[in-house]
Design a protein around this ligand. Structure first.
Ligand code: IPE
Ligand code: IPE
Ligand code: MG
Length: 248
């Protein structure tokens, strides 16, 4: 078997031939990471954004096909305006840097979520990133931005209903596969592995439809500390699971 060992200590070996095709991560714990250090929550978001870059690059290096990250939920608007604008500012910074390196990295970038409440500048940056990387093959990174699983399902239902009214869809016949095309994740296989750092044991409205048969991995490590070693632990745990999909 072709085992891969990271240079980092304590990283369990991972079988590169049996990688999950799609890993999804709830990037949680930035605020607590900062608080532990006596820093403002926004410093935690900056550290979290930096870690996203590290982990996304690593996923590409090991040959992962799809990485989906939860960056900002439909519920995160409840946070203080200063914190929301700091997060949006970090996104802008990240996208500008990503655009500058796209030809080199060749990572295909997609966005899941309703981008319409974002500032026109940020929205345009998302569109540009999506457009430039549209034809890249290899790793695809999906950033969930103003994303909510329930919101996604409602939008899907509304668009499907519209298609029915316009005679483009038949309400008597709808398969799971057809409905999947009304979701932000259209064309992307379901996540095999969903990771949530920070000790919370919930989905918080993430990929409700798509995670029906995902394997879950929870850890107390906070997102800015979620290193390549932690990723190896999650993949190693996944590789020890028995996925039955309702069969025997
Ligand atoms: C995740 O970290 C980032 C976002 C939700 C945008 P948090 O900000 O939720 O960090 P904690 O959970 O408060 O520690
Ligand atoms: C989920 O984390 C959303 C993101 C990581 C972007 P939250 O911190 O918002 O989730 P709750 O409030 O703990 O459920
Ligand atoms: Mg949180």
């Amino acid at each position: 078997m072709d085992f891969f060992r990271s240079k980092a200590d304590r990283a369990p070996a991972v079988d590169l031939k049996r990688l999950p095709r799609h890993i999804a991560i709830i990037m949680d714990g930035n605020g607590r990471w900062a608080k532990k250090r006596g820093m403002p929550r926004t410093a935690g978001h900056a550290a979290g954004a930096e870690n996203f870059r590290t982990i996304a690059t690593y996923c590409k290096e090991i040959g992962l096909e799809y990485l989906t990250v939860y960056a900002f939920s439909t519920e995160n608007w409840k946070r203080p305006p200063d914190e929301v604008s700091a997060i949006m500012g970090l996104l802008k910074k990240y996208l500008l840097e990503a655009i500058g390196q796209m030809e080199r990295d060749r990572v295909k970038m997609e966005f899941f979520g309703d981008l319409s409440p974002l500032t026109p500048e940020l929205r345009q940056l998302c569109e540009r990133t999506r457009e430039i990387s549209r034809h890249y093959e290899g790793c695809q990174v999906n950033i969930c931005l103003n994303y909510g699983g329930r919101d996604e399902l409602l939008r899907g239902a509304m668009n499907y209903a519209k298609d029915c009214l316009e005679g483009k869809a038949d309400p008597n016949h709808l398969t799971q596969e057809q409905f999947g095309r009304y979701l932000f994740s259209r064309g992307v296989p379901d996540p095999d592995l969903v990771i949530r750092p920070s000790g919370e044991l919930r989905l918080s409205n993430f990929l409700l439809w798509q995670s029906a048969y995902s394997e879950f991995y929870f850890t107390d490590v906070l997102w800015p500390d979620f290193s390549k070693v932690e990723l190896h632990k999650a993949i190693a745990a996944y590789q020890n699971r028995d996925r039955r999909f309702g069969g025997v």
